[in-house]
Design a binder for this molecule. Structure first.
Ligand code: FCB
Length: 478
């Protein structure tokens, strides 16, 4: 994100001329800009192991498997940095575990801070830029001293701001790329909407009661306060590209489509769901437009919030088909269908939900493979905000290892198309560098490296990882 590190439509549009991707002279490869940021991503709870002080640790007893030592990366982080180097990556996105650095309220752990400093150093000395997430689904246990539903309390906004400020202070000399939140929509809905993460509430049934106006509002405010705290604190340009800090978000996006495009009420339902799922958080922090009552108006009711985002991080995996369903999810009145194996199992039990059968090839998690939707979502995000885009996650659960290369190449081709149509995309970070704990199970294997859990956590390059290393080296795809 070097010379083009400042956001803003004007600059970004000017920059398009410089970054348009193209075919090379032989016509056989699609090329990306030379300064395109190739990367891979991970998160603390999923790889570090022994994350005992986080709120998910005890909660995991409800899941199929517990995280235990995960991929043992708290110990093997230097090896992981070396893996990233062998893949020719420019960036490694990982998360700091809040529960480790602030094990008790307002008490900071020198040891954990020193650990993350070592992690950063091990990347930087290999020429890899760190991109740091501050919240990737887990919280310190002490937040429940605030109350049984901590993110319903504005105290969490204060706590999060303090945490972000402290991290910027500790690591600002080494980090320029920050994401306070990973998938704020998945977190808020998972923890306060669908009962999947602690504290396990079911607010999605009536989202305008607490989920959106209270929890989402606090999550949004926490981002905005973190955005400001990081910019106030991190004044050091670690990678020498002219920007001391760029603060974005890794937003979970889906290709959202009407179950039956010929039916106008399906089209309306899909639009409502897309605004809620893909754009609610981004509209608030980028434009100051917070649709708290889900009335789908464009009121800019918080102009002071606008501009609290330097880049849009797009996490993209699959698509959703949406049906109208009066009575479901308050004013949204929709039934979103997602071909996840777990969700489908629930749907099978309930029986008559009316979701269309998935028609596309699926991954090991049952997610339909849909690169066209990736192009669409990236273009939509670009047109909606005019901010630089980074693909902060995209990848496949593929235990056999025979689909990853083609999945990745097809998605990169779709991304290339979005760039040709004008989207200012600065990087692509594959999820994930190594296999890890997928929120309840080790079965889904997303890694560019396979982890042999029974064999001292040995990391083994997958065929997809081999292909990705070539892409990163040549800035092009076949
Ligand atoms: C995303 C999460 C990430 C991982 C991938 C597969 O929603 O951010 O932690 O679970 O999905």
């Amino acid at each position: 994100m070097s010379a083009r590190s400042l956001p803003g439509i004007g600059l970004a549009v000017l920059a398009i001329g410089l970054i348009l991707p193209s075919c090379d002279s032989s016509g056989s490869r699609l090329s990306f800009p030379a300064d395109f940021l190739w990367g891979a991503a991970s998160s603390a709870h999923q790889i570090e192991g022994n994350n005992t002080n986080s709120d998910l640790w005890d909660w995991e007893t409800r899941f199929e498997e517990r995280s235990g030592l995960a991929a043992n990366s708290y110990v093997l982080y230097d090896q992981d940095a070396e893996l990233a180097r062998t893949l020719n990556l420019d960036v490694y996105r990982f998360s700091i575990e809040w529960a480790r650095v602030e094990p008790a309220r307002d008490t900071w752990s020198d040891e954990a801070i020193a650990h993350y400093r070592d992690v950063l150093t091990s990347l930087i000395r290999r020429g890899i830029r760190p991109a740091v997430t501050l919240h990737h689904f887990t919280n310190p246990k002490w937040i429940y001293d605030i109350g049984p539903d901590p993110w319903e309390s504005p105290e969490m906004v204060e706590e999060f701001e303090e945490y972000a400020r402290r991290m910027a202070h500790e690591f600002g000399a080494r980090v320029d790329l920050w994401m306070p939140w990973n998938e704020p929509n998945v977190y808020a809905v998972g923890a306060y909407g669908l009962g999947r993460f602690p504290p396990g509430r079911f607010g999605l049934l009536s989202p305008t009661e607490k989920l959106v106006p209270v929890v989402m509002r606090n999550v949004i405010e926490a981002h905005i306060r973190a955005y400001r705290a990081i910019h106030e604190t991190d004044k050091i340009d670690a990678d020498g590209d002219g920007a001391a800090a760029l603060v974005g978000v890794a937003q979970s996006t889906m290709a959202v489509e009407p179950a039956d495009p010929a039916q106008p009420d399906h089209v309306v339902a899909a639009d409502r769901w897309a605004r809620f799922w893909n754009w609610l958080f981004l509209d608030a922090v980028a434009r100051g437009d917070f649709d708290e009552d889900l009335a789908l108006d464009e009121d800019v009711d918080r102009p002071d919030w606008a501009g609290s985002l330097d880049f849009v991080g797009v996490n993209y995996y699959s698509r959703m088909k949406v049906l109208p369903q009066p009575g479901l999810m308050g004013p949204l009145a929709v039934l979103p269908c997602f071909s996840d194996d777990q969700v489908s199992a629930v749907a099978a039990v309930i029986g008559t939900l009316g979701c269309p059968e998935p028609t596309l090839e699926k991954t090991d998690t049952g997610w339909e493979i849909y690169p066209e939707g990736f192009r669409d979502v990236v273009l939509q995000a670009w047109r909606r905000y005019g901010l630089p885009i980074v693909v902060t996650e995209n990848g496949i659960a593929d235990a056999a290892g025979d689909k990853r290369a083609s999945y990745t190449l097809r998605h990169l081709e779709a991304l290339h198309q979005a760039m040709e149509e004008g989207a200012d995309v600065r990087g692509y970070w594959y999820w994930s560098l190594i296999d890890n704990y997928e929120w309840g199970s080790f079965k889904p294997r997303f890694g560019l490296f396979r982890v042999e859990y029974e064999n001292d956590f040995r990391r083994v390059l997958t065929p997809g990882g081999e292909v990705y290393a070539e892409v990163a080296e040549s800035d092009s795809i076949p």
